[in-house]
Design a protein around this ligand. Sequence first.
Ligand code: ZN
Length: 303
Amino acid sequence: MRIRQRSEDGGEGRAAVATHSTISAAFSVADVERERWLFITPHDDDVVLGAGMLLAHSARAGVRTTVCVVTDGRMGYCRADQREDIVSIRGAETERAMEILGGADIRRLEYPDCDLPNHAGRRRIAGGTASGVGSGGAVGSSAGAGRGGATLEAPDPRGGHSGLQNSLTALLRDLRPTRVFVPTGADYHPDHQIVYRELLISLFHATGAVWPELGAPLDAPPSLYEMAIYCDFPAPPTLKVEGSEEAFAAKLEAIAVFASQEQISAIVEGVRAAGPFEYFREVRFSLYDSRHYAELFRGDETP
Ligand SMILES: [Zn+2]
């Protein structure tokens, strides 16, 4: 395994590339025991496609990892007779895929697949209280009827609330990860775009003091990395994982586990043909600071 790391300080507009042969070196990890990685996957198979080899190598290096599956996969059926069982089928496929890739813990948030626009933000569950994480479980929403008059579902109730910002803030405060990986917000799939946006704001919520019923604030935001699933990165990636033969074989085997997805054999062949490479982009938070702009307006200093 090799990890190549690109940084924009190569001089004359070129990037410098460093090569590392261990996870610890590539991520500047002093003590792997203290690492806790969180992969957010909108749908069950995204993380395997985007980061299967990194999961395999980091597991072997001893990194404790959780994969959080945001949606329940209910829209992932390819045959009418799968429609009733697809949620449990995909859940079982993910468990098997994670076994193959080194045994990450799995958290399922069970938000309705392809309906994440209705679940952005945070809303109080009807009759819910703010006493304690994990309370509630009632279906319904004080936000009132959803589109078409139907009552909105309230998945993953915590602290008497539901919604992606509620779930992700609670998850971050519970797991307290050192690094978080998520599909880029540039993907065409709206579920991917929404998960990306909601994760970024949830990182700020989790680090701040709001919503104390969701757990103690983080001391500092974790490092954040984008992974590409179906579309290119919005800016060049900063890490290239060149996986071992063993990790590549494990990734291909883990993708093939998602047999409920009828196009899966074509995807396996596409990944095999592209070779044992994965790319990631570290995301730097750019928070407003008026001093960033002072230089732009230097000139005539007469009062
Ligand atoms: Zn997806």
